[in-house]
Design a protein around this ligand. Sequence first.
Ligand code: ADP
Ligand code: MG
Length: 322
Amino acid sequence: MNLLSVSCFNVYKYYCIGRNRITALENINLKVNKGEVFCILGPNGSGKTTLLKILSGLMLPDGGAVYILGHDLRKERKIIKSLVNFISGSSMIIGISYHSVIGLLHFYLDFYGVRRSKDRIEKVLEILNLKEYKDENPLLLSSGFKMKLEIAKMFLINTPILLLDEPTIHLDPISANIVRNYIKKLARDYGVTVIWATHFADEIEYFCDKVAILNNGRIVTVDSPFNLREKFLKDVSVVLKVKALNLRESLKKLLKEKFNVFSRVEIYYPDFGEGILKIYLRKDEDVERYLNFLNANNVKPLLIRKLPPSLSDIYSLLIEGG
Ligand code: ADP
Ligand code: MG
């Protein structure tokens, strides 16, 4: 049985703005299996949306090849469009003016040639807690609810591949969790292939089967979160997390020079230098000497914790290079 669902070989994409050429994707190679939840994790501008647009058939690459369930994107774009459902959290469009939520969902079913099913619509409205909004005008709903409508559409139109571009960006944490849960179920129980792009490492750590980290249009690494953590643990096994006052970016360089360790500084209130300092440590390191160092540098710790590294730590270090 062929397990392969989506594959890219050597994919390139350029955008031209005047005389400038931007390389949005460079030498992308990916293999995604059926029923896999595959996340693309990358900062803004790393090429996530461009990649998903290509995989959905909305856009052709400038180089390389893409196959969706065995269909060549260059030759069978029309078939591919019927196999994938692409929804985007950042540019959702309810371009169709409809007087009610329920009317819009019926329209979607008709548009995609799916048999009308009152039960199915009711079920989707229930899952997404949209029932009491079914007679509202979709255009007047908040962005979170508009996003839920996009997701409702995705649930109604069954395609073997789902491409989700930052789908939880406008959702509250409870709704985001409902969506993640349902998507996981679609993948696990129905073999739907899910490609989920985000810049939130925390959101996908325990959700995805595999993650591709994308930076500047290139894939930095592809693996399961578990394997990434295992590899990372060889160098870093403890994260010393210090909430403190008087933090500054220059501490990173000082820590590197003095102790040869990587660190991150996230300042939330610049007037006080208040934020979080994370120092990535090897096993059995004496934490005291770091606290002494902070003291000598006038940093005032408010809260100190030792934690195992998270996917977010690994991602930050891979992207920023420590
Ligand atoms: P992401 O979704 O990860 O934020 P994008 O795929 O949107 O990344 O963008 C990748 C790069 O391509 C960025 O440098 C972005 O500015 C550029 N880009 C994206 N869309 C266009 C466009 N329509 N025209 C020109 N440049 C674009
Ligand atoms: Mg994007």
